[in-house]
Write a protein that binds this ligand. Structure first.
Ligand code: CO
Length: 156
């Protein structure tokens, strides 16, 4: 298990357009495992490689604590519907806001062996996919917030 430092808003790397993954080797597998450890340690539902300092098109999503989606070179090829929900981000601590996202998504990409894969996801999983894929293009959820969300501070 290896934890990586999570890059915070304000660091340039979060704003870069990440490069495609072209080599599917043990190094990629190690990056995926480290990202997984870092995501779970931080109680995140997703993480993108730029958040651990790697400008490659790699992201993970796990919204239920069980099924882990590995997204490598992901591309949204279809989307439909609209939902508005509260988002946060490991790189933007203590900030939450309402963001509009599609309800259903079809995403093409590759697995860690380089094989082409396709995902059909909906609901909150679709939100997390969009959020993480945005990271690969240097976009943060705060760029898309339509309304701030302030949880009751007394509950903390
Ligand atoms: Co994020």
């Amino acid at each position: 298990m290896a934890l990586r430092r999570v890059v915070k808003d304000g660091e340039d790397i979060l704003r870069f357009v990440a490069k495609p993954v072209t080599v599917f080797d043990d190094k990629l597998a190690n990056v995926l495992e480290d990202m997984k450890d870092t995501m779970f340690e931080s109680d995140g539902v997703g993480i993108a490689a730029p958040q651990v300092g790697i400008t490659r098109r790699i992201a993970l999503v796990c919204v239920d604590g069980e099924e882990i989606f590995e997204l490598i070179n992901p591309v949204i090829i279809e989307s439909s519907g609209s939902q508005i929900g509260v988002e946060g981000c490991l790189s933007v601590p203590n900030v939450h806001g309402y963001v509009e996202r599609p309800v259903e998504l079809k995403v093409a990409g590759q697995n860690r062996q380089g094989k082409n894969v396709e995902f059909n996801v909906s609901g909150f999983t679709a939100v997390a996919f969009c959020h993480e894929i945005d990271h690969l293009d240097g976009v943060l959820f705060t760029d898309k917030v339509i309304k701030d969300y302030s949880p009751d501070k007394s509950k903390k």
